[in-house]
Design a protein around this ligand. Structure first.
Ligand code: NAD
Length: 255
């Protein structure tokens, strides 16, 4: 079976209404992939409209990645796009804070813990599970998990549930990579450090400045910095990479 051509490699990007997800969807569209932008926010329609206005094939879907029934309805919603879905970027994520600061473990309500796990970890599981058969049928697929530097080291900014969910996501990516390699499907993680986005803008005064001082490259990342790495991982150039993590943090984390 020959691998599908770029224009037949449809990419689904979650959390695409803004921030990293919007940049990733835009970058993949520029590379020639038709893109499906999924998000809970209405603004996802605007991002898709901008891509269409620029001449790209793009569709928006309002979707809560943690909702099993809604995820299960995707193939029907996408119709004839579904059989060519071969790239999945599990980017949607949440990082609850209290007045811009992390909530200490002793004060985390179970409901908030469960919500973080549902969006950051179960969502990628539900979507990956859904996409496996259609990628297998094409004999080619790419799954990228948006994890975080907080999966490697405890963070002073994000709550323990965030780092825990992202470390879980990395573990899930490795298990999936081992299972799906024989099908021509690669699974990798991208672990951003501090990237300018709404999520980062919400930090309490002083926190971002303290983090900045620890970045050898002397600046926060831009969503584009992450989008470039994702574009590489879903390309043929990354065909021999699977089960790995690429850190995109300006050197703020060095294993
Ligand atoms: P953001 O908050 O700006 O964007 C996240 C997007 O995900 C939003 O559009 C939001 O509506 C969407 N989303 C949230 N819950 C959802 C759900 N249940 N279903 C569908 N969509 C949902 O954040 P960002 O900075 O762009 O982060 C994107 C990803 O990168 C997240 O997974 C985040 O954890 C990760 N990350 C970001 C940074 C950073 O510094 N910005 C660092 C490390 C990891």
């Amino acid at each position: 079976m020959s691998a599908p051509k770029t224009a037949d490699r449809i990419a689904l990007v979650t959390g695409a209404a803004r921030g990293l997800g919007a940049a990733i969807a835009t970058r993949l569209a520029a590379a020639g992939h038709p893109v499906v932008l999924a998000d809970v926010l209405e603004g996802v329609e605007d991002v898709a409209a901008r891509l269409r206005a620029a001449g790209h094939a793009a569709r928006a879907i309002r979707l809560d990645v943690s909702d099993e029934a809604a995820v299960g309805a995707l193939p029907e919603a996408l119709g004839d796009w579904w059989p060519r879905l071969s790239i999945l970027v599990n980017n949607a994520g949440i990082s609850p804070k209290v007045e811009g600061r992390k909530r200490p473990v002793a004060e985390i309500p179970l409901e908030e813990w469960n919500r973080v796990m549902a969006v950051n970890l179960t969502g990628p599981f539900l979507l990956s599970r859904l996409c496996i058969p259609v990628m297998r049928a094409q004999g080619w697929g790419r799954i990228v998990m948006m994890t975080s530097q907080a999966a490697h080291v405890p963070s002073s900014i994000t709550g323990a549930y965030y780092g825990t969910s992202k470390a879980g996501l990395m573990g899930f990516a490795r298990n999936l990579a081992a299972e799906l390699g024989p099908d021509g499907i690669t699974v990798n993680s991208v672990a951003p450090g501090r990237i300018n986005s709404d999520m980062v803008a919400g930090a309490a005064p002083g926190m971002n400045e303290a983090f900045l001082a620890r970045i050898p490259l002397g600046r926060f990342g831009e969503p584009q910095d992450v989008a470039e790495v994702v574009a590489f991982l879903v390309s043929d150039a990354a065909g021999y990479l699977t089960g790995t993590t690429i850190d995109v943090g300006g050197g703020s984390y060095m294993p």
